[in-house]
Write a protein that binds this ligand. Structure first.
Ligand code: NAD
Ligand code: ZN
Length: 362
C-alpha cells in the first residue's frame, strides 16, 4: 500500500502527515527524508511501549534508550514533563536531537510540550497511538499540561516536524478508547463532511474490526479537515473554533464529573447531542439531521449515563469556562450534517432546555 501524505503548510512550520499500514517500520526513512537531526530520542508510556516498543525500537535502530513516562490524565502535569527534561539533560541532548513521541494524546501533549521548551525547542515527531491522537491531538500544534486548577492551562503552540500515522497501532487499543476517538471523527463529519459522516455509519463493522482499509480513509479525511482549518487559523482566533463543536457542554460535563467518568470523546458525544437539540429548538437544524446524528452516536454503543448530572451544574461549569459573555453563551451550532454556524446569543434557559432534552436531570 502506498503511503498517503497530507501536507500541513501551517504559518509557523510546514510539515507532512504520513498515513500508512506499518508506518512505524518506515519511521527512519520518514525522519531522514524530513532531514531531522540524527540523535533520536523516543518518548512513550510503559503501556504503549509494552505493546509496540520492540517494533518501534527496531524501526528506529540506534535511537537512544526510550524515555518512558506514565500516561493517563492524572499524570498530565509539569512534574511528569520534568522527567523528560531530566532524561534529555542527562544524555546531553542538544538542538541536533529529535524527539519522537509515541503514544496517545496525553503523552503527545506532554512530550510535545517538552520538545517545545527544552532548549527553547527541538524537532518533534508525533507517532500517535490512539484514534483520538491520530485524528486530533497529534496535528495542529497544541501541546501542554494540566494545572491543579484546570485542564490544559499550561502550554504552547508548537507544530511537529512530521507526523507518522500507522492505523495498525490501533489494534491493541481498548474498545472504549477506540469508540471515544470515533466520536471526534463524527465531529468532523458534522462540522465539515457529510461523506465522512455517512462513511462511519456505512462501514461501522469494518471500522470496529480495526480494518486498515476502513480506518485509513476516515483518519485521512479527519486529518485533512483539521489541517485545513489549522493552516487558516493556527492560533484559534476565529475559524479554528468550529473544532470546538460539541465541546462546550462536553468540557463542562468532564469538569463536573472531575474527568473520571467519561472519556473526552464520550463527553463530546453528549455535547454534540446538546447543540443539535439547541439548533433544533431554534429551527436551525432539520429534524432528520438531528435524528441521523443521534442514530449514528447510538450505533457505536451505549454512552455512560447522564441522568444523575444536573443541567444547572453543567451551565455553571460553562460560566467558569468563560464560554459565557454577559449571560450569553458562544456556541457552535449545527445547521445540517457538514455545516455549522457560530452564535453568541444562547441563553442559560435555552441551554438548560437542550441539556434536559438530551437526558440531564433538572
Ligand atoms: N493537543 C490537542 O490538540 C489535543 C486535542 C484533543 C485532545 N487532547 C488531549 O489528549 C488527551 C487524551 O488523549 P487520548 O484519548 O489519546 O488518551 P491517552 O493518551 O490517555 O490514552 C488513552 C489510553 O490508551 C492507552 N493506549 C494508547 N495507545 C495505545 C495502544 N496503541 N494500544 C493500547 N493502549 C493504548 C494509554 O496507555 C491510555 O491508557 C487529553 O489530555 C486531551 O487534553 C489534545
Ligand atoms: Zn476533543
Amino acid at each position: 500500500m502506498e503511503p498517503l501524505r497530507i501536507d500541513v503548510p501551517a504559518p509557523s512550520r510546514a510539515y507532512t502527515i504520513t498515513i500508512v499500514d506499518r508506518g512505524v517500520d518506515r519511521l527512519r526513512a520518514v525522519l531522514d527524508a524530513a532531514k531531522l537531526p540524527e540523535r533520536r530520542f523516543l518518548v512513550s508510556s510503559p503501556v504503549v511501549w509494552r505493546f509496540h516498543g520492540a517494533q518501534i525500537a527496531k524501526a528506529l535502530g540506534g535511537a537512544e534508550t526510550p524515555i518512558l513516562i506514565a500516561d493517563g490524565e492524572k499524570n498530565k502535569h509539569l512534574a511528569t514533563v520534568s522527567r523528560v527534561y531530566d532524561a534529555l539533560t542527562k544524555a546531553n541532548a542538544d538542538r541536533a536531537s529529535t524527539l519522537v513521541v509515541v503514544g496517545g494524546g496525553v503523552i503527545g501533549d506532554m512530550a510535545g510540550f517538552a520538545a517545545a521548551t527544552y532548549l527553547r525547542g527541538i524537532p518533534l515527531v508525533h507517532v500517535p497511538t490512539t484514534l483520538l491522537a491520530q485524528v486530533d491531538s497529534a496535528i495542529g500544534g497544541k501541546v501542554g499540561v494540566n494545572h491543579p486548577l484546570g485542564k490544559n492551562l499550561i502550554g504552547a503552540f508548537y507544530q511537529p516536524h512530521a507526523v507518522v500515522i500507522d492505523p495498525l497501532l490501533l489494534k491493541t487499543l481498548p474498545r472504549r478508547e477506540f469508540r471515544a476517538g470515533l466520536y471526534e471523527v463524527i465531529k468532523y463529519g458534522m462540522t465539515s463532511s457529510p461523506s465522512l459522516f455517512d462513511r462511519i455509519g456505512r462501514e461501522r463493522t469494518a471500522i470496529f474490526d480495526r480494518s486498515p482499509e476502513a480506518l485509513t480513509p476516515i483518519i485521512a479525511e479527519s486529518c485533512r479537515i483539521k489541517a485545513d482549518i489549522v493552516v487558516k487559523d493556527e492560533r484559534e482566533s476565529g475559524l479554528r473554533r468550529i473544532l470546538n463543536f460539541g465541546h462546550t457542554a462536553g468540557h463542562a460535563l468532564e469538569a463536573v464529573t472531575k474527568y473520571r467518568r467519561y472519556r473526552h470523546g464520550e463527553a463530546v458525544a453528549y455535547g454534540m447531542l446538546v447543540v443539535a437539540a439547541l439548533a433544533r429548538a431554534r429551527n436551525a437544524l432539520a429534524e432528520q439531521d438531528q435524528k441521523a446524528l443521534a442514530a449514528l452516536i447510538s450505533s457505536l454503543g451505549p454512552l455512560p449515563p447522564v441522568a444523575d448530572v444536573s443541567a444547572n451544574q453543567i451551565v455553571d461549569a460553562m460560566k467558569h469556562d468563560k464560554k459565557m459573555v454577559a449571560g450569553r453563551l458562544h456556541v457552535v451550532l449545527p445547521t445540517a450534517i457538514g455545516a455549522t454556524t457560530i452564535v453568541d446569543d444562547v441563553t442559560e434557559k435555552e441551554m438548560r432546555a437542550a441539556l434536559k432534552a438530551v437526558g440531564f436531570k433538572n
